[in-house]
Each structure stands twice: as structure tokens, then as C-alpha cells.
Write a protein that binds this ligand. Structure first.
Ligand code: ADP
Ligand code: MG
Ligand code: MG
Length: 252
């Protein structure tokens, strides 16, 4: 399986240091969750891993299977097997979900080894069924006019079709009703295998009732301040974050 290794990552946005030394290793087969109060840098971590130009990395490293991710262009990161599901996915006018998926899959394959149209359609139909997505959605422009829930389901469709090595899912649960949450979770759980590692970023413990992470990390003030198992998420749900601040002597 693959390994994503983040070491001592410092990230600055417009001159403000947001991440102050993040260490995290995600291996194939492992599900990690990052929780933490609003504004602590969770989305910044996701954006930095995927190479958003606004985020300046001032110190530290990110490696995927020993390859320097920070040296890769954004599209190279996707080709190397990284997947980012964003908190606010953008609309892509003029490109249908189906076209987008097919070209994304083929971008990760060698020239001459592109997925056949028949095989692609078969796999897409199967996955649309599994995620209870209307077949017409695949022919609509990506995210254009999609509801919040449809965007999130569409991201899980992308995830299942692209089969990345490592996925970072930022607030994939936000704005979902309980039925959509169950379907999204079902999709992520279906991905569980030795060659797939996942980092689930969430503000709420709710999602983790459906997806059991192997590791839970708490991020505060730009650092991972505590790590544990699923029981850590349950304690956060019950008691909030104050006890961690007290334990670690963190001031607001
Ligand atoms: P979280 O996802 O944990 O809620 P974020 O990573 O979104 O936190 O934000 C961390 C901090 O970085 C916040 O103080 C936020 O205001 C700031 N920030 C995030 N994105 C930007 C941006 N594009 N420009 C300026 N500041 C930003
Ligand atoms: Mg966020
Ligand atoms: Mg490096």
C-alpha cells in the first residue's frame, strides 16, 4: 500500500502562519479522522496537500511513497494517486460529470491503456446505482446547479471511480441529511482495502458513527495536538474540546 507522510508542515496564507508544524502519516488500509474547532487549519491542511497556490509552505515536507509531493504540480498530485474532496466543490461549466470522470481516470493510466467507453459506462452505471444517484446527473455539467447533497454524492462517485491511493475528504458530511449521510458513508466504507488510505476531516462526530476511523486526531491552533482511537471522537462529542485545552495548557 501507499504512504502519505506529512512532516513538520508549516503553511502561511497571506502572511499569516496557519499550520505550525503538522505531523501525520497515512498508510494504505488506514482511515484517519481529523477533528477540531473551526478555524484551526483543517481545510488549510487539505488545500496544502493538494497544492492550492494560495497556501505557501514555509517549512516541512509531504511525501507520497517517498516522492516529494511539494515538487509536483496539482494535476501530477492527482495522477500520483491523491484525491481531494473539498468543503466547497467548484462548478465546472461545459464539462459533464461523465466526461470529467473519464478523463480523470484516463489521466492516471498509460497512453494506449485508456479505459474503454463500454467498460467506463458499465462501471459508472453500477456506481451511480450504488450511490442512489439519478443517471441523468452524469450528463449534467459538474456541480453546476447541484444541491449541497448532490455535490457530496458526486464527490463519492468520483472517489469510487478514480480509486486513488490516498483520499482527503474535507467536511464531506456538511449539509447532508441522514439518508445522504448514510449513502456517502456507504461509499467511503466500500473503498476500504489495503491499497486505500483516507483522511476524513470533520467538525462533527456524527459521520464517525457510520465510518469507524482507525485513528482520530485533534487539530488545534495549527497543530495536531492529540491522537487516539475512535473513543477519542466519542469523548469530543460528549465533552467538547475544553478538556484537551486544559490537559495541554492551550490558551485561547
Ligand atoms: P478549519 O477548516 O479548521 O475550519 P481553515 O483551514 O479553513 O480552518 O482556516 C484556518 C485559518 O486560516 C482561519 O483563521 C481562516 O480565516 C484562515 N484562512 C483560510 N483560508 C484563507 C484564505 N484563503 N485567505 C486568508 N485566510 C484564510
Ligand atoms: Mg474547514
Ligand atoms: Mg521535501
Amino acid at each position: 500500500g501507499s504512504v502519505l507522510e506529512i512532516k513538520n508542515l508549516h503553511v502561511t496564507i497571506e502572511g499569516n502562519e496557519i499550520l505550525k508544524g503538522v505531523n501525520l502519516t497515512i498508510k494504505g488500509g488506514e482511515f484517519h479522522a481529523i477533528m477540531g474547532p473551526n478555524g484551526t487549519g483543517k481545510s488549510t491542511l487539505a488545500s496544502a496537500i493538494m497544492g492550492h497556490p494560495k497556501f505557501e509552505i514555509t517549512e516541512g515536507s509531504i511525501h507520497l511513497d517517498g516522492e516529494d509531493v511539494l515538487e509536483m504540480e496539482v494535476d501530477e498530485r492527482a495522477r500520483a494517486g491523491l484525491f481531494l474532496g473539498m468543503q466547497y466543490p467548484s462548478e465546472i461549466s461545459g464539462v459533464t460529470t461523465s466526461d470529467f470522470l473519464r478523463s480523470s481516470i484516463n489521466a492516471r493510466r498509460e497512453e494506449g491503456d485508456e479505459i474503454s467507453l463500454m467498460k467506463f459506462i458499465k462501471e459508472m452505471d453500477k456506481t451511480l446505482d450504488f450511490l442512489e444517484i439519478d443517471k441523468n446527473m452524469a450528463q449534467r455539467y459538474l456541480n453546476e446547479g447541484f444541491s449541497g447533497g448532490e455535490k457530496k454524492r458526486n464527490e463519492i462517485l468520483q472517489l469510487m471511480m478514480m480509486k486513488p491511493e490516498i483520499a482527503i475528504l474535507d467536511e464531506i458530511d456538511s449539509g447532508l441529511d441522514i439518508d445522504a449521510l448514510k449513502i456517502v458513508s456507504k461509499g467511503i466504507n466500500k473503498m476500504r482495502e489495503d491499497n486505500f488510505g483516507c483522511l476524513i476531516i470533520t467538525h462533527y462526530q456524527r459521520l464517525l458513527n457510520y465510518i469507524t476511523p482507525d485513528y482520530v486526531h485533534v487539530m488545534m491552533q495549527g497543530r495536531v495536538v492529540k491522537s487516539g482511537g475512535p473513543e477519542l471522537a466519542q469523548r469530543l462529542e460528549a465533552e467538547g474540546y475544553e478538556w484537551i485545552k486544559a490537559e495541554l495548557g492551550i490558551e485561547d
